[in-house]
Design a protein around this ligand. Structure first.
Ligand SMILES: Cc1cn([C@H]2C[C@H](O)[C@@H](COP(=O)(O)OP(=O)(O)OP(=O)(O)O)O2)c(=O)[nH]c1=O
Length: 208
């Protein structure tokens, strides 16, 4: 099967990772200027809100589903081709505590202080909509941070890298200097687990 998929993501990392699989893709982004919003939720902040007592795995899977709903509505609204849509969501978890993207530098420093010296999890859910069928997978990795000094946290926050990243760090960036051990999926930690994504794409008929 030839054809292409829509990647419903604003994350440059996800684009880069999907390129690795060699599947033709086009971006399906929200907020085209002048577009009349539909009745399906498009507000990222609302989509990513955590429910009371929600466990991390349930959270990333639910948010990924909401992102996919919003992307399907977007595709229909714009009268685009009926190509499959891929999207995902990443969160960092320490026990049941969920760490999303930091709101500001102080929030990033707080997160890094709490993750310092811990082994925590990075969960990435990925979902593919093809016709009426929805396929989903979950990747869970473990990351061990060395203890971080306040000076190290301050310098890392000042680098700007924590912003826009779940848990306020990037394994593919300077945070690597503080990661003593990890297991699971490197691409999953970065935002798109390629093994699981390839499995979904194969199930949808793509030769990956
Ligand atoms: C833990 C970790 C996260 N991240 C990034 C991946 C995601 O972009 C981000 C988590 O935020 P997400 O809400 O999953 O994604 P996003 O808002 O960036 O993009 P979109 O919803 O449009 O697809 O954190 C890294 O780049 N490296 C890491 O090591």
């Amino acid at each position: 099967m030839t054809g292409f998929i829509y990647l419903a993501s604003q994350s440059p990392r996800r684009r880069q990772l999907l390129d690795q699989l060699g599947v033709r893709h086009e971006l399906l982004l929200p907020n085209v200027s002048g577009e009349v919003p539909g009745d399906v939720q498009e507000d990222a902040e609302a989509i990513e809100a955590v429910l009371k007592n929600e466990a991390p795995a349930a959270y990333v899977e639910r948010v990924t589903g909401l992102k996919l709903d919003a992307a399907m509505a977007r595709r229909a609204r714009r009268g685009l081709a009926d190509a499959p849509i891929l999207c995902s969501d990443t969160t960092v978890a320490l026990g049941r505590r969920i760490y999303g993207k930091p709101a500001d530098a102080a929030d990033a420093a707080r997160m890094l202080g709490e993750l310092s010296g811990t082994t925590h999890r990075v969960l990435t859910a990925v979902a593919l909509q093809r016709g009426t069928k929805r396929l989903q997978a979950l990747s869970v990795s473990q990351v061990r941070f060395a203890p971080l000094t306040p000076a190290q946290i301050g310098a890392y926050v000042d680098s700007g890298e924590p912003m826009g990243k779940a848990g306020a760090y990037a394994v593919q960036g300077r945070a690597a200097a503080h990661i003593a051990h990890m297991s699971g999926s490197y691409s999953g930690i970065m935002g798109l687990p390629l093994y699981e994504t390839a499995q979904l794409l194969r199930a949808a008929g793509f030769a990956v």
